[in-house]
Design a protein around this ligand. Structure first.
Ligand SMILES: CC(C)(COP(=O)(O)OP(=O)(O)OC[C@H]1O[C@@H](n2cnc3c(N)ncnc32)[C@H](O)[C@@H]1OP(=O)(O)O)[C@@H](O)C(=O)NCCC(=O)NCCSC(=O)Cc1ccccc1
Length: 161
C-alpha cells in the first residue's frame, strides 16, 4: 500500500459505491458492484450476462468487459489517496491488460494501489472468473496509470497577501 491514503469520511465508501452501482450510466447498466473498499484494495464484480459474451460454446465473456473492470477498479482503488475521495476526479492515462484464460462466469477484480503521488497513481489489478473445466482461476491481470485531480487542501492554500 502506498503512503498518502487520507482518512476517508465515514460515508465516503458508501457514497462512491452508490454512485457507481446506481447512477453511473455504463457501470450501472453492466450491473457493476463494489464488494470491498479500503485503502489497501478494492474488489469489484461484473455479473455474467449472455449479452456480454462471445458466441462460443460455452459462452465466454468478451474481453472488453474484463478490460472495463480492470480500468474501473484500478481507478476507484486510488480514491482514498485523493484529497477529497468523493468529489475529486480521476482519469485513466494508460491501461495494460493480459488475458490469461477464458471467462465463463462473473468477473471479480481485486485492485491494489501501488503508488499514488500528487497527480498520478498506479494500480495493479487481477480478475478471477469461472474457467470452463477448471473452476475459478485468474482470467486477466493488468496495471493502470491514472491522472489524479487533487483539490487543494485548506492548509496548502496560499496565504492572503
Ligand atoms: C487528463 C489527461 C490524462 C492529462 O491532462 P492534464 O493533466 O491536463 O495534462 P496536460 O495536458 O497539461 O499535459 C501534461 C503533460 O503530459 C502529456 N500528456 C498528457 N496526456 C498524456 C497522455 N495521455 N499520454 C502521454 N502524455 C500525456 C502532455 O503532452 C504534457 O507534456 P509536456 O509537459 O508538454 O511535455 C488528459 O490526457 C486526458 O484527459 N486524457 C483522456 C483521459 C480519459 O478520457 N480516460 C478515459 C476515461 S476514465 C474512465 O472511463 C475509467 C474510469 C471509470 C470510472 C472510475 C475510474 C476510471
Amino acid at each position: 500500500m502506498p503512503d498518502g491514503a487520507h482518512e476517508m469520511p465515514d460515508d465516503a465508501a458508501a457514497r462512491i459505491t452508490e454512485y457507481l452501482e446506481d447512477r453511473h450510466q455504463f457501470l450501472s447498466w453492466l450491473g457493476f458492484t463494489v464488494e470491498e473498499f479500503s485503502a489497501d484494495r478494492l474488489v469489484g464484480r461484473i455479473p455474467f450476462d449472455d449479452k456480454l459474451t462471445n458466441p462460443t460454446d460455452p459462452p465466454t465473456v468478451q474481453g472488453g468487459v474484463a478490460s472495463t473492470l480492470v480500468d474501473t477498479t484500478g481507478g476507484i482503488a486510488l480514491r482514498p489517496y485523493l484529497t477529497d475521495p468523493v468529489n475529486d476526479g480521476i482519469a485513466t492515462i494508460t491501461l495494460n491488460v493480459n488475458y490469461l484464460r477464458r471467462a465463463a462466469g462473473d468477473l471479480v477484480a481485486t485492485a491494489e494501489p501501488i503508488r499514488a503521488g500528487g497527480s498520478v497513481g498506479v494500480s495493479y489489478i487481477e480478475v478471477v472468473s469461472e474457467v470452463p473445466g477448471e473452476g475459478e482461476k485468474p482470467v486477466a491481470a493488468g496495471t493502470g496509470a491514472y491522472r489524479l485531480f487533487n483539490s487543494e487542501r485548506p492548509d496548502e492554500e496560499a496565504d492572503p497577501e
